[in-house]
Design a protein around this ligand. Structure first.
Ligand code: IMP
Length: 421
């Protein structure tokens, strides 16, 4: 039986997970999202056509792969329908391929309004959220007020729940944030209408997911990254879900004993979008050069990403927290034209007011000044590129099993087949 695999970003998200899932999905039976919502953005380049998926697992682009949105994901019906429509317009069929958990919590227009109003009020201390209502939706889930997809099955129950939740949201919007209320009746009408368009995809997913795992070849696709985990990340500058290993289990109901291999997705350098501490950030020309070559602009919000050298301390934490078996090192080609490349190997405490960091330590390695774009065999990499990869392996005590050498599907080195590892 093929291994079931989970895949998690090792830093602050945007590590290139979408491309890796897309490549792995060629040999997968299913791809499953377990947390987050349409704050994620996975960019895929297939036959020169760019797809940005926010909510639907990246495996959807393959004919024989089932795509499941697990119960841990928060769902905006607007975002879901936009994505379904774009896929269908590109000739990608979703029937008998897309399954969405009835336990997913909804993102309401008031969640979005609350997210944005809160960010405005925080001013300079804002989190830098995607403004998509993710935090407020998870808050309502944890405080047991939230509305799940299954609630939309029964119109009377749904309207009652929506009325009471929106009354509460509107009270806060009007009286605390001094901003406009949102009309409950029009939200109710729109949600019911949209629900009917997607209800055929909604099922009770936990049994289905465990059955898929028994057949093997399942890829659990994380969104965001380890340092954005609400428990283990750079709190409060985090997202509102468990982006780490525990999210795989709570967000799908999968039996962990059926999942054999954990793949960390690590970018060859580090980036962060939104506010918060970023110890290895480069506030200089080198940081700008990395961002420019790497096209480091957010797929979801279009924001410029902050860039820095690879943060090894975070990588080690991520390996520990997620019990990773190996890593996929992405965007190595972005470092092709640097005379010297650094790795941030350690630092002391972080000041959460100023984001200053004590005792930053770097090691320097020579660059390779040669193109790695499109290389598919490890031995064909320049000597110094191999030395960089091997330094990461030695320092973090993990094997780099996959190396991505460009944005397209075929620009990849797979040192081993992780479905058999
Ligand atoms: P939220 O998830 O919209 O609440 O945003 C919380 C933090 O997570 C902000 O710093 C966002 O920039 C960051 N974030 C959310 N989703 C992503 C992602 O997919 N990639 C990178 N950062 C993200």
């Amino acid at each position: 039986m093929k291994n079931n695999i989970f895949l998690i970003g090792t830093h602050w998200g945007d590590e290139g997970k979408g491309k890796v899932v897309d490549v792995l999905s060629e040999n997968a039976n299913a791809c499953i999202r377990f947390q987050g919502g349409h704050n994620a953005g996975h960019t895929l380049v297939i036959n020169d056509k760019k797809f940005i998926l926010h909510l639907i697992p990246s495996g959807i682009l393959r004919d024989n792969v089932k795509s499941v949105v697990g119960n841990g994901v928060v769902v905006s019906l607007d975002a879901l329908i936009t994505e379904i429509t774009e896929l269908e317009e590109n000739g990608i069929s979703l029937s008998n391929k897309l399954f969405i958990s009835e336990n997913c919590h909804l993102i309401l227009p008031t969640h979005i309004a609350l997210d944005q109003a809160r960010e405005r009020k925080l001013g300079k201390k804002s989190i830098g959220t995607t403004g998509r209502g993710i935090g407020p939706s998870y808050e309502d889930k944890i405080s047991r007020k939230g509305i799940r997809l299954l609630d939309l099955k029964n119109e009377t129950i749904f309207l009652k729940k929506l009325d009471s939740l929106m009354e509460y949201h509107n009270f806060i919007l009007e009286n605390y944030f001094k901003t406009k209320c949102i009309d409950t009746n029009s939200v109710a009408r729109e949600l019911l209408e949209k629900y009917h368009k997607i209800s055929k995809y909604i099922i009770d997913t936990d049994e289905y997911i465990n059955d898929l795992c028994k057949q093997g070849g399942v890829v659990f696709e994380g969104a965001q990254g380890t340092m954005l985990d609400v428990d283990h990340g750079t709190f409060p500058y985090v997202t509102s879900s468990n982006t780490t290993l525990s999210g795989v289990v709570s967000g799908t109901g999968a039996n962990m004993s059926l999942i054999k291999y954990g793949l960390g997705i690590t970018k060859a350098y580090s980036t962060r979008v939104g506010h918060g501490p970023f110890p290895s950030e480069l506030h200089n020309d080198i940081g700008q050069k990395i961002g420019k070559i790497g096209g480091e602009i957010g797929a979801t919000t279009g924001r410029t990403r902050r860039c820095g050298w690879l943060d090894l301390k975070v990588l080690k934490k991520s390996i520990r927290l997620n019990n990773l078996s190996g890593i996929a090192l992405t965007k190595i080609d972005v470092l092709d034209n640097f005379d010297e490349i650094s790795i941030c190997v350690d630092y002391g405490s972080i000041n959460y007011e100023t984001f200053e960091v004590e005792n930053l330590k770097f090691i320097k390695l020579p660059g390779w000044n040669e193109s790695t774009v499109g290389i598919t065999k490890y031995d064909d990499l320049p000597k110094n590129a191999k030395a960089y990869i091997e330094a990461i392996e030695n320092l973090a005590d993990i094997s780099v099993d996959i190396i991505s050498t460009g944005p397209a599907r075929n620009e990849i080195i797979q040192k081993i087949n992780i479905f058999d590892a």
